[in-house]
Design a protein around this ligand. Structure first.
Ligand code: HEC
Ligand code: HEC
Length: 156
């Protein structure tokens, strides 16, 4: 018995000893999404919200956080399908508010708050940052979906 168990136990311990794997937010390729959803801000990773949030957002693009982001119906449907197909994941966590309504902002999710809990209110307000949604201010490779701790910087 020992001989069979030992190697697998070793493999398990080795796996546990590895640093937590960096979350992958790499953007799945999609030309329509890139064209329509990265002109005003970086293309946010579909993995950071669940499908119901994306559906709610894509259902009302004319009132998109104070902007009119409406697009033609064919593109709207194609982007919704793309976002839903790539939505959420094991680590996305809860993306609903206290009333159970799907959140539209990644920056309002519990996971975002947890990952950024060490950033002070004053830092968020710096002119070089302006908004927590300005991911690229601190994650220089955000447009490519790279958000790992070691690549994050705090701008002055
Ligand atoms: C006309 C400009 C414009 C276009 C086009 C646009 N957005 Fe936005 N979007 C905004 C603005 C403005 C905000 C709010 C930014 C802020 O709070 O700093 C925003 C915020 C967001 C947020 C929330 C960010 C957060 O706080 O977590 C998501 C998600 C988002 N947009 C997705 C999309 C998607 C998907 C598309 C393509 C269908 C899109 N946007 C196209 C202007 C736009
Ligand atoms: C004011 C600077 C700042 C802004 C703006 C910001 N972040 Fe971060 N983010 C950080 C820092 C610093 C860390 C590392 C935190 C730590 O190690 O405790 C981090 C960590 C993260 C992590 C965790 C990475 C990991 O390896 O666990 C994710 C995911 C992330 N940010 C996503 C985003 C997204 C998405 C946006 C925009 C919607 C954003 N961040 C906006 C500074 C920022």
């Amino acid at each position: 018995m020992k001989r069979i168990i030992a190697p697998s136990l070793f493999a398990l311990l080795a796996a546990l000893a590895l640093p937590a794997q960096a979350d992958s937010y790499r953007l799945p390729k999609n030309a329509v999404f890139e064209e329509e959803c990265s002109s005003c801000h970086i293309a946010f990773p579909p993995q950071m919200l669940h499908a119901d949030s994306w559906r709610a957002m894509m259902g009302d693009l004319s009132r998109h956080f104070g902007s009119d982001a409406s697009i033609d119906e064919k593109h709207r449907v194609a982007i919704t399908d793309f976002l839903v197909a790539n939505a959420g994941g094991r680590k996305t966590g809860d993306t609903r508010d206290a009333q159970g309504k799907p959140l539209l902002r990644i920056t309002e999710t519990a996971r975002f708050a947890k990952k950024h809990r060490e950033i002070s209110a004053a830092t968020w307000k710096r002119p070089s940052i302006k908004s927590p949604a300005n991911c690229a201010a601190c994650h220089p490779l955000a447009a490519a979906g790279e958000y790992s701790d070691h690549s994050a910087v705090s701008p002055k």
